[in-house]
Design a protein around this ligand. Structure first.
Ligand code: SF4
Length: 154
């Protein structure tokens, strides 16, 4: 993908671009995302909030214990790892660092991976159950006025 000054920057979940950033050390490459970015002449800014916050790859699977990303940002809901570790603080840090990247790169939009505890847009996992809700990074980006879409919206 060639870069042109006229291209609008957009935050994109790194795993959707083929980078192996997921908790299991794998990627989640999406040809639909690549095609969308090219067709819309967008400049992807790859970000993995969990890696930005210093989490290792691979890492323990993580899910919501209560609430969703908005609740975690408001100090209510909780994210825990599969080993039972409280993860709210590191997930909030990942969200704040992603927002910083978005502002540095002048991104007004983000395209994020559905169902992730950081990046989910319409759905998340609460325990093993899929429920409506947003990830922690998604919640902060929306609260700060950034338009967020899911790869499943394309
Ligand atoms: S935190 Fe987001 S970018 Fe990172 S692996 Fe999970 S879904 Fe992909």
């Amino acid at each position: 993908m060639s870069v042109k000054e006229s291209q609008q920057p957009i935050i994109v979940s790194a795993c959707l671009l083929g980078l192996p950033t997921r908790y299991d050390g794998k990627a989640k490459h999406s040809q639909a995302v690549i095609d969308y970015l090219q067709n819309e002449k967008l400049l992807p800014i790859p970000v993995c909030p969990e890696q930005l916050a210093g989490m290792t790859t691979p890492r323990a699977k993580t899910f919501f214990h209560s609430g969703d990303g908005h609740d975690v940002m408001n100090g209510n809901g909780s994210v825990i790892s599969a080993t039972g570790q409280p993860m709210n603080e590191v997930f909030r840090l990942g969200a704040q660092l992603t927002l910083r990247v978005a502002r540095l790169c002048r991104c007004q939009r983000a395209l994020l991976k559905e169902r992730s505890p950081s990046c989910g847009v319409h759905q998340i996992y609460r325990g093993s159950e899929q429920v409506s809700g947003t990830g922690v990074t998604t919640a902060l980006l929306i609260a700060k006025g950034i338009e967020v879409i899911s790869e499943e919206d394309l």
